[in-house]
Design a protein around this ligand. Structure first.
Ligand SMILES: Cc1cc2nc3c(=O)[nH]c(=O)nc-3n(C[C@H](O)[C@H](O)[C@H](O)COP(=O)(O)OP(=O)(O)OC[C@H]3O[C@@H](n4cnc5c(N)ncnc54)[C@H](O)[C@@H]3O)c2cc1C
Length: 480
């Protein structure tokens, strides 16, 4: 049994309990691995990769397992990166092992008055490796960018076991640059957030080559460490909570609000609002959270002048601001509270992104799908980035329609210039639609990139580049 040999290279576990634990992440998929390895350092990773390549066994890296699309699940070896947990903070940047938890990093940065821009709603629980591998972002990415806008350098182990730091001048860098043609830019959605496929649109020069790893979901290399830039913590903030009669009213106002330079613009619909403890007589159908972290006096006046929504709160107290953000960040849990035992929450279409001017069109697409398939839909998300988390609720007996609904939805999103995923990535839920998003020319470049980094296809196979349909395979209805 190969697991016994692996034991020479790293601490491993293959008992049923461990394998069951690692057979799920925060998605609705389930896939039981053969063995879980806990590398202590770079050397362990190299040895495992050499062994896996020689024996053609798949290797899937795992951070904290908070991913929502099944991208950290695999049949072969799972690499839990928890021991790569060192942090070095420098002026304007930090360098962290891939297993560092965001919460651990936040504390270190806060001591120095700094923070990392991308702030997923899952908060402190995700890892740096997972964030880089999914191009994570959050509410404040509106002002501070996604991971792809902040990554300075990344060190990875390729499937051969060779370790490289990108950007660099190596042979692989030259080969990747040769594959990129200016016209491929046009095949990429012109949106502010995109976690679909390999982000070659962001590679303009050799100095951008680290970006090939961003959003690559462990398919090109195992991230050992990453260097990212940091920002100075804002001295003051103003959070404005605006209430609207309809979601459409709210999103139609977003382009004008963006002109004021907010640090975050987030939206929740009535399904989430009903859980908010507010002392007002009738709960609104929709709330918009608009935060500023500079020019507060001016912005306070500007937002009052601009909005047609009802201002229900203007908060400057940091503690209270945090409380309101926790409501927004709990939107997924509140959504789960809204479904009965006879219903399931459909995965896969939860993360589309369009340009903000197209948000009303995206809402139309959603309501048409809802009436066609007789589904209830919960919507919340990063309105300022045009990135909506759409949570369709359907009757358990109708689960066979999942792929149909997803395919129809993705076609519409692409037809209005959007991305099928703004932050969560492709994973088991969306990899089969990557070709639909970009067309065959770009997709064939993705295949060449995959081959260049991982010629034997052992790194997280069937994620991003795949011939298989995985959207419903391995879905666990009891986890929906
Ligand atoms: C309640 C909730 C809210 C969320 N909100 C957001 C949000 O606002 N924004 C957002 O972007 N995401 C959000 N997510 C999704 C998730 O938190 C992010 O995708 C996060 O970046 C995943 O990090 P992780 O460490 O848990 O990675 P995992 O789930 O363990 O892995 C995710 C992917 O990264 C790969 N990976 C992990 N480590 C490495 C490594 N060292 N080398 C190579 N590949 C690696 C895995 O193979 C997998 O493909 C949310 C999730 C939940 C449950």
């Amino acid at each position: 049994m190969f697991v016994r040999q692996l034991n020479h290279y790293s601490k491993i576990a293959w008992d049923d309990q461990t394998r069951d634990f690692y057979s799920v992440d925060s998605s609705s998929y389930i896939l039981k691995p053969a063995v879980v390895a806990f590398p202590r350092n770079e050397r362990d990773i190299i040895m495992i990769l050499r062994y896996a390549t020689k024996n053609k066994i798949s290797v899937t890296a795992r951070g904290a397992g908070t991913g929502l699309v099944g991208s950290a699940l695999g049949k072969g070896i799972i690499l839990d990166m928890m021991h790569l947990n060192k942090i070095k903070v420098g002026p304007g940047y930090f360098e962290a092992g891939s297993g560092v938890l965001k919460g651990q990093l936040d504390k270190e940065l806060e001591k120095r008055g700094r923070f990392l821009g991308p702030d997923p709603s899952v908060g402190p629980f995700c890892t740096i490796g997972g964030m880089v591998a999914t191009n994570a972002s959050g509410s404040h990415s509106l002002k501070y960018g996604s991971i792809i806008d902040n990554l300075i350098q990344v060190t990875i182990a390729r499937s051969s076991g060779s370790v490289i730091t990108l950007p660099n001048e190596s042979g692989i860098s030259r080969k990747i640059l040769k594959l990129l043609k200016p016209e491929i830019q046009l095949r990429f959605p012109q949106v502010s957030k995109n976690s679909c496929g390999y982000r070659i649109d962001k590679i303009k020069a050799k100095s951008d080559l680290q970006k090939i790893i961003v959003g690559s979901e462990g398919t090109l290399g195992i991230i050992i460490s990453a260097k990212l830039r940091t920002f100075r913590l804002p001295k003051e903030k103003l959070l404005t909570i605006l209430a609207y009669k309809t979601m459409k009213n709210a999103v139609s106002e977003v382009p004008e609000i963006l002109k004021l330079g907010p640090s975050a613009v987030e939206i929740i619909d009535r399904n989430i609002v009903k859980h908010v403890n507010m002392r007002i007589s009738r709960k609104p159908n929709c709330l918009l959270f608009v935060e500023f972290d500079e020019n507060l006096t001016e912005n306070k006046k500007n937002i009052q002048k601009l909005t047609s929504g009802k201002i229900i709160k203007m908060i400057a107290d940091e503690g209270k601001i945090k409380q309101w953000w926790s409501i927004r960040n709990l939107a997924l849990s509140y959504s789960l509270k809204s479904i009965s035992k006879e219903e399931i929450m459909l995965p896969a279409i939860e993360d589309a992104t369009v340009v903000v001017e197209k948000l009303p069109v995206l809402l139309n697409v959603i309501s048409k799908l809802a009436s066609k398939y007789k589904i209830k839909v919960i919507v919340y998300g990063h309105a300022g980035n045009g990135n909506l988390h759409i949570r369709p609720i359907l009757k358990r007996g109708n689960s066979h329609t999942i792929k149909k609904i997803a395919s129809e939805f993705f076609l519409k999103v692409i037809s209005i210039g959007g991305s099928i995923t703004g932050e969560h990535g492709d994973g088991l839920a969306r990899s089969e639609f990557v070709k639909l998003q970009y067309g065959s020319e770009v997709y064939s470049i993705f295949k060449k990139i995959k081959k260049e980094f991982d010629p034997k296809n052992i790194l997280n196979p069937d994620k991003i580049v795949t011939r298989k349909t995985t959207i419903t395979k391995n879905l666990s209805l009891s986890r929906l």
